[in-house]
Design a binder for this molecule. Structure first.
Ligand code: AKG
Length: 284
């Protein structure tokens, strides 16, 4: 999986780009070769102790900063198909904001993730920020696949704060933002075979089912930001300074139009340790 010049060949058709802009998500089937998939599955097995340490044997384990645990995950961060697709959606200059392995073990009825957007966890100066998930197992409703409300990204960020305490909850706290869509079936289950990749916009309202099956559902997530989409809040992860492609433009684009020049690169002197600081719900 060599780092690519992602512009050489277009990964997405014009229809796929238009679909993403309209619906806020995409499915690219069978992106990983059999060898790449096996390599990532093997790498995830090497994290089994970490999963247990996080209490993830009978619940969803979110192992943060996996690219720092294992080079296989750092190589996958520069997968040419992923970078090619992301380039077409948010541009040439790409920063890795965070990466993680979401490992849903076959613990019956566990691992459900409630409706939320990613953006409120780590707001940026614009919305050119998206998540790519490589599925390391077939994903179906029975083993906890993700669900999306198509078009919800166009509404912009919605509230994730508890009205009484003012605390960030990590879940959408305005049920009207999703209940109506769920009731009328405006929800898409991302049913995809292992080796596929899904992409979703940072303002996409999404959730995932609990695992009711006998098989795990592992999803390897890369959250990628355009070079001029600058993080305003939330955690700065250890992998955050990882530049995936292109150059640091040394500017912050605020919304669609205002561009503010930055005098120097922001440096991340701390950052979260690989998974050590993981706390359920409030961190992504
Ligand atoms: O892995 C899952 O099922 C949920 C992933 C998700 O919603 C997220 O990482 O934001």
């Amino acid at each position: 999986m060599a780092a690519s010049s992602a512009t050489e060949k277009k990964v997405l058709s014009d229809d796929q780009v238009a679909f993403y802009q309209r619906h806020g998500y995409l499915i690219l089937e069978n992106v990983l070769s059999a060898a790449e998939l096996k390599g990532l599955q093997d790498a995830s097995e090497r994290l089994r102790d970490e999963r247990s340490r996080l209490g993830g044997d009978d619940s969803l384990a979110v192992i943060q900063n996996v690219a720092l645990f294992d080079d296989a995950f750092m190589q996958a961060a520069r997968h040419p198909v992923m970078l090619g697709a992301v380039t077409q959606l948010i541009g040439e200059n790409l920063r890795l904001q965070h990466c993680k392995l979401n490992w849903k073990p076959p613990a019956k009825g566990k691992g459900e993730v409630g409706w939320h957007q990613d953006f409120p966890f780590f707001p940026h100066t614009n919305y050119d920020l998206l998540a790519c998930m490589f599925l390391l197992d077939d994903a179906v409703p029975e083993n906890g696949c993700m669900r999306m409300i198509p078009g919800s990204h166009l509404r912009g960020p919605v509230d994730h704060y508890d009205a009484e305490s003012g605390r960030f909850t990590g879940r959408c706290t305005e049920p009207r933002e999703y209940e109506h869509d769920v009731a009328r079936g405006n929800v898409v289950d991302l049913v995809v075979p292992a080796g596929s990749m899904t992409i979703h916009h940072c303002c996409m309202l999404h959730a995932s089912y609990p695992n009711h099956s006998d098989t795990p559902r592992r999803g390897l997530v890369y959250q990628i930001a355009a070079g001029d989409s600058i993080q305003l809040g939330g955690n700065l992860h250890k992998v955050w300074p990882t530049w995936l492609q292109g150059e640091n433009p040394l500017q912050a684009r605020i919304g669609d139009h205002t561009v503010y020049r930055l005098s120097q690169q922001i440096t991340n002197v701390g950052g979260l340790e690989p998974s050590a600081d993981w706390q359920k719900v409030t961190q992504d």
